[in-house]
Design a protein around this ligand. Structure first.
Ligand SMILES: Cc1cc2nc3c(=O)[nH]c(=O)nc-3n(C[C@H](O)[C@H](O)[C@H](O)COP(=O)(O)OP(=O)(O)OC[C@H]3O[C@@H](n4cnc5c(N)ncnc54)[C@H](O)[C@@H]3O)c2cc1C
Length: 440
């Protein structure tokens, strides 16, 4: 076969992983990455920490040594259309020059864009790249009151960053509790009460209005007005699926539809990352994760397959961790609300423990909650708040993906040493409590 031409659209986690995997699978392939941004790779997950001032914006910029690997990297190039019949993409360079590039296989990794349901007057921001984060950071220098819309992980990390910068912060969340997609309200309470000592948190109410003509002066939340100089909208993202949709590639409600090989309904066209929709291994229904870890795994599968290899992505359980105000919060799988909306009859077990025995220096609180299908006792969700939350949730994520039961989790063999854990861990105890509730 002649040299395989692979095009990857987008140089984020998914596109990067796809490039590495494709090159490994077929080192002779002619690989081109097309990225509309003017700069090379960066780490979006570090943006809140840069706004806080814990690290520099420059430290988030990384050079992808594509050229050294024999990969063509086209920055400042935007793909404007895909023709799946002629197997070509139309590309426009920032200078205005247009070209058409042929492919044998294509990976679409166009990411997602933040939702912006408000008029973008001066002082209203979203944070999704270095430029938007720098704009927030600079504006914060002369601001006093910041409002963050959305209490997901990004919203809370940004709220904390602005609080640490000395601003008075108000977080408003439409749903009844913070981190509503990840945590049950009882677990969210711990986060809310910690944050509530440093900022105002309003849940279960909408931001109905941003006041000001040229720039932000106030906000109105469920009829009450609050002062504001800046508003950060972190109320979710929308998959970049238009390019695919316009090319006749099947898109679902949340993203580009893909199978387990991350292939779209069009042969030799793959998609990965925030722009895609896959199938939940818990509900077997369409699911989006929109997390960097998932984007990387999906990109690896898409790149391998685009280069003629075989790899699968077996679905995401949206395993995530965040740290706000020094509090570690992690979750995986379905929370009770999601589980019930998918028809599960759930049983849960919650254990309050410590990161280390209480007699050991540095011992901190840790709460673990497990959610299982009451019928089969199969684990379908886990949440943890406190020191060591991610470690417990990572174990639970593997258990969920491997369809383990509460019984198996209750008997899990977890490493112990007083410097890192309790001998009877909160994770296994939570499983025992849930099992007891089934037997009762
Ligand atoms: C502030 C913030 C904090 C976050 N924190 C975390 C975290 O702690 N943990 C976590 O797991 N996730 C986190 N995320 C989410 C994570 O960053 C994303 O899930 C991840 O970046 C998705 O990778 P991707 O490759 O799918 O998309 P992206 O990283 O968005 O990359 C897509 C790329 O495609 C390019 N592109 C789009 N259309 C075109 C086109 N037509 N032509 C050429 N190029 C195009 C875009 O310019 C973009 O660079 C965070 C996100 C933000 C914004």
């Amino acid at each position: 076969m002649s040299q395989r031409k692979i095009i990857i659209i987008g140089l984020g986690s998914a596109g990067f992983a796809a490039a590495l995997a494709a090159k490994k699978t077929d080192p002779k392939a002619a690989l081109t990455i097309i990225e509309k941004r003017g700069f090379d790779m960066f780490s979006p997950c570090g943006l809140p920490f840069a706004i806080e001032g814990r690290l520099s914006f420059d430290s988030l910029l990384h050079r992808f040594p594509a050229e050294d690997m024999g990969i063509t990297k086209l920055l400042n190039h935007e793909v404007t259309s895909i023709d799946t019949k002629s197997k070509t993409v139309s590309v426009v360079e920032k200078s205005g020059e247009a070209k058409i590039l042929p492919f044998d296989s294509l990976v679409i990794a166009t990411g997602a864009a933040p939702l912006m349901p408000f008029e973008k007057i001066n002082g209203v921001f979203t944070v999704h790249d270095i430029d938007t984060a720098k704009a927030v950071s600079e504006f914060a220098v002369n601001a006093r009151n910041a409002v963050v819309v959305g209490a997901g992980p990004i919203g809370l990390e940004l709220a904390w960053a602005l609080y640490k910068r000395g601003l008075s912060v108000l977080v408003v969340e439409l749903l009844p509790s913070v981190l509503p997609k990840a945590l049950d309200p009882d677990m969210a309470k711990q986060v809310e009460s910690m944050l509530g000592r440093h900022m105002k948190i309003i849940t279960g109410k909408p931001l109905d209005w941003i006041g000001g003509t040229d720039s932000v002066e106030s906000v109105r939340i469920a009829g009450t007005e609050y002062p504001a100089d800046m508003v950060i909208v972190a109320s979710g993202v929308r998959a970049g699926k238009e390019l695919a949709g316009n090319a006749g590639i099947e898109v679902g409600r949340w993203g580009i539809r893909t199978n387990v090989r991350m292939e779209t309904n069009v042969k030799d066209v793959f998609a990965a990352g925030d722009c895609t929709e896959t199938v939940s291994p818990i509900s077997h229904m369409p699911w989006v994760s929109q997390l960097s870890n998932t984007a990387f795994s999906q990109g690896t599968a898409a790149g391998t397959n685009a280069a003629g290899g075989y790899d699968t992505f077996d679905g995401s359980v949206s395993t995530f961790v965040t740290v706000v105000g020094g509090m570690e919060v992690a979750a995986t799988g379905f929370n009770t609300n999601f589980a019930e909306s998918y028809g599960f009859n759930t049983v849960s077990g919650k254990a309050k423990g410590r990161s280390k025995p209480d007699w050991f220096p540095g011992s901190e609180e840790l709460t673990v909650k497990l959610i299982a299908d009451a019928k089969t006792t199969r684990l379908i969700g886990a949440q943890a708040v406190g020191s060591g939350a991610a470690a417990r949730v990572n174990v639970a994520a593997l258990a969920i993906k491997n369809r383990l039961s509460l019984h198996e989790l209750a008997h899990a063999e977890l490493a112990y040493c007083p410097a890192v854990a309790e001998s009877h861990d909160a994770l296994t105890r939570a499983a025992e409590f849930a099992l007891r509730r089934i037997k009762d």
